[in-house]
Design a protein around this ligand. Structure first.
Ligand SMILES: C[C@H](O)[C@H](O)[C@H]1CNC2=NC(N)=NC(=O)C2=N1
Length: 113
């Protein structure tokens, strides 16, 4: 399992630091299937997961919802027939925190179960 997936999110206050460029370069290597998007000036992690149908996409979506609640850190989720687009960023700092990389790795780990 990805070492990030075994970590837990820290409480992310509004003054928490965004990841630096160096940390971003290091951390993104640990989650190679994820991309970095910038929307309205907010850096985000994004991945599209493919499924055989809508029902399986919804099963994954609900597993992800449980994960988010367990860590109290929540993604953007677009669930469609056969695919789920997951987007992680930290609302409180309007950017990327280490928590987002941890949650991306934990999201990937849902497929291992
Ligand atoms: C309103 C609620 O406190 C916030 O949304 C919490 C919980 N979930 C969260 N999720 C994410 N991704 N970022 C946050 O800053 C965050 N903060």
């Amino acid at each position: 399992m990805n070492k990030l997936a075994s970590m837990t999110c820290e409480a992310c206050q509004a003054d928490a630091p965004k990841v630096t460029e160096h940390e971003l370069a290091e951390l993104i290597r640990l989650i190679p299937d994820w991309g970095v998007e910038v929307r309205d000036g907010i850096m985000q992690l994004e991945r599209v997961y493919k499924f055989k149908n809508f029902k399986l996409a919804m099963v994954f979506t609900n597993q992800l919802a449980e994960l988010a609640e367990s860590e109290f850190h929540h993604p953007g989720i677009l669930t469609e027939w056969g695919k789920v687009t997951v987007t992680w960023w930290s609302h409180s700092i309007k950017g990327l925190h280490r928590n987002d990389f941890i949650m991306a790795a934990k999201t990937d780990a849902l497929l291992d179960s």
